[in-house]
Design a protein around this ligand. Structure first.
Ligand SMILES: NC(=O)c1ccc[n+]([C@@H]2O[C@H](COP(=O)([O-])OP(=O)(O)OC[C@H]3O[C@@H](n4cnc5c(N)ncnc54)[C@H](OP(=O)(O)O)[C@@H]3O)[C@@H](O)[C@H]2O)c1
Length: 365
């Protein structure tokens, strides 16, 4: 006789990461053979039907991650023992009630409980002051490295201790934590909601609004990349292994998702030229260096403080993701794939990003 199924709750069903993962779990992953009962969180009642339209065996739950008591109740009432969080990389207040509720489920059912937190590569980059002379490996002592950091950036400094805080809180509450840190994720999302990502979308928005992209950093900085399909299989690899209690967790459970790096200048040049091509304008071979005025204009397009512009589309991030690979994860898309697909990527973003109304004059539609 089969034991009770493991109740897994995936948040962010209408999001880029969560939505793509949900579709994979429903249609490419054998939930039954893994003995999983899948729940997914949406925050609007009208999204329930969208989840059900996907087909497959999933129970949508309606809730808001800002409502701590409501979230705890959802987790406890449904005896959820695995939470896969893809909504909020930045707030401990979002992770906390999930972890507290998992502790209660653990006591009640006497089973191991797991919290997967989606973080981001920015939190392990030059933007928070991580040493860029060598790669930071996720199977090294990332926890200690982060604990030692003295971050100067006025915004990023509030986030730098967050992952360690989650690890500590989970450990103190008997919950196994897994920190998944995606980098610049690209490729069409497959969920029912948002289908586009963040950083490459920021490049396209700036390029469309200002008719230009710029060299933001003084040096030719590099950043890790990840195709959405590989990002999804990383989550699935961690999930499958944690169910067998084989995935490293806590201070050893940090999972950088990366499959190589791209140069911000090369990608920016390719994006602006993809837009120029669409508009029958000759391509350029070099980006202008961003002036203070350009940075201010970019901040206006991205609706952020000028100090956050380099955090959005520049910087250096040297990370290596060994932990998921040791569990069998084998990403398929590398920098060659990214750079040879920029035209398609830009076309897809322009089509999907229909609500974007540039504050500045739209130069490249
Ligand atoms: N995409 C990337 O390249 C990337 C890279 C590194 C880190 N991350 C981080 O990963 C997380 C998800 O990214 P994403 O690209 O998937 O973002 P996204 O497409 O904007 O998805 C966010 C999801 O969270 C849901 N959500 C937002 N606020 C909520 C609330 N208060 N209660 C319940 N659900 C709520 C959204 O629901 P609605 O549809 O109702 O808004 C949506 O389903 C973010 O924290 C992001 O910073 C993303």
């Amino acid at each position: 006789m089969m034991s009770e199924p493991t109740a897994v709750l995936l948040t962010g069903a209408s999001g880029y990461l969560g939505g793509s993962l949900l579709v994979y779990l429903l249609h490419k992953f054998n939930l039954r053979s893994q003995n999983i009962k899948l729940f997914t969180l949406v925050r609007k009642a009208e999204q329930v039907g969208k989840v059900l339209e996907l087909g497959g065996d999933v129970t949508p739950l309606v809730g808001d991650v800002q409502d701590a008591e409501g979230i705890k109740k959802l987790v406890i009432d449904n005896s959820v023992s695995v939470v896969l969080e893809t909504v909020d990389a930045r707030q401990f207040a979002v992770a906390k009630p999930f972890i507290e509720a998992l502790t209660i489920v653990k006591e009640r059912l006497n089973v191991p409980v797991h919290f997967i937190h989606t973080s981001g590569a920015k939190m392990f980059s030059s933007h928070v002051g991580v040493d860029q002379s060598t790669f930071l490996k996720d199977d090294g002592d990332v926890y200690a490295t982060m604990a030692r950091l003295d971050t100067r950036h006025p915004v990023m400094k509030q986030f730098v201790s967050l992952n360690n805080q989650i690890i500590d809180f989970a450990e103190n509450n008997g919950v196994r934590s897994y920190i998944v840190a995606p980098p610049m994720v690209y490729g069409p999302g497959t969920g029912f909601g948002n289908k586009v990502s963040i950083q490459i979308v920021a490049l396209v928005r700036v390029a469309r609004a200002l008719g230009q992209l710029y060299q933001v950093d003084n040096t030719d900085t590099i950043w890790p990349l990840m195709h959405i399909d590989d990002q999804v299989t990383l989550y699935v690899t961690v999930l499958s292994n944690l169910l067998r209690l084989q995935a490293p967790y806590g201070k050893n459970g940090i999972y950088f998702s990366e499959n190589g790096t791209f140069g911000w200048r090369s990608l920016s040049l390719a994006v602006i030229n993809a837009l120029r091509n669409r508009n029958s304008i000759g391509i350029i071979h070099k980006l202008p260096v961003a002036t203070d005025e350009d940075l201010i204009a970019m901040g206006e397009v991205l609706d952020c403080n000028v100090g956050m512009v380099p955090v959005s589309l520049a910087g250096n991030c040297l990370i290596r993701g060994n932990n998921a690979r040791k569990l069998g994860w084998a990403p398929q898309h590398d920098v060659e794939h990214l750079m040879s697909n920029v035209d398609n990527e830009v076309a897809f973003i322009v089509k999907e990003d229909s609500t974007f109304v540039p504050k500045a004059q739209l130069v490249l539609p």
